[in-house]
Design a protein around this ligand. Sequence first.
Ligand SMILES: [Zn+2]
Ligand SMILES: [Zn+2]
Length: 358
Amino acid sequence: MPLLEFTDKGIYCAAGKFYVDPWLPVDDAVITHAHADHAYTGHKRYLAHHLSREVLLYRLGDITLQTVEYGETVFKNGVAITLFPAGHVIGSAQIKIEHKGEVWVVSGDYKVEDDGVCTPFEPVQCHHFISECTFGMPVYKWKPQPEVFAEVNSWWQNNVQNNLATVIVGYSLGKAQRILQNLNLDIGNVYTHGVIENTNEALRRNGIVLNPTHRITQESVKDEVRKGIIIAPPSSVGTPWMRKFAPYSFGYCSGWMTIRGAKRRRAADRGFVLSDHADWTGLISAIDATRCESVYLTHGSTATFSKYLSEIGFDAHEVHTLYGTEEDDAPVPTAEAKLADNNSQEPAKSVANEGGEV
Ligand SMILES: [Zn+2]
Ligand SMILES: [Zn+2]
């Protein structure tokens, strides 16, 4: 009987009687990170990294939550559980599970580049590695982060000179803070959508120091906001909330911006290739560093990636989970993107030129 098994509720450890990132209600849930496809509501008890604490409480309400540091071991029914940094978002962890000499690691989502905001990814040796592979295709190759933010900052500067507002879109836990901490604040102020600011506030309550932000409210002065930059979540794209900043230029930060057409589908003026997941070489280097015998792939390009891993000598398996549905994970076009696709084969419409109408 292997130490971990894949059940219809999630990844289960029978010896320890707990689940990792279960999607149906269970008694004991160990949570890799606070994104919605990993931290579901309805469990009796939660265990997570302490930097996930305030975001989990904000998102899931009044839950019974035990938190630990990286490297701190806790036992459940004699099974050792230790969290290690996953480098994905603040508070994200890989879960190392050890019992009678058998070691498994559940990666959750991860990236190997140090983003300067969350604790960098740390490879953990194990026999069996349960890995994501959101971007498990060779076409996905990230530029170093400083290059991407040099592009973002010069785009922003240009918009200010052209009297355009600047809206940059990234999901609220992870991308938003990475953007915030890498903007050149000599250019102007940073404004935030309420959803982003609520997450920032939760992180600040957790002791994380973030750059100053101004929450957008009814009272925000449009001419002032135009000189700054607005960080907004994907859900705000194409809404009246966003249109009120017109004329504006709208940039989208995602690994999916690698793919031709992704920018157009999201009606963005600029697509910045920036992901909180590992790229093709990042995935391979991470898996290699675990020195594992077998790899289980939970979500992403599982077919392509497992085939490749088998070819280079790993015992690789695809498994079915419900992960990969958070906004940055999911390549599925949104409703309005589908609409845009149906409308025409026309090249990307510039939001700025259209006066903000999308
Ligand atoms: Zn995630
Ligand atoms: Zn995920």
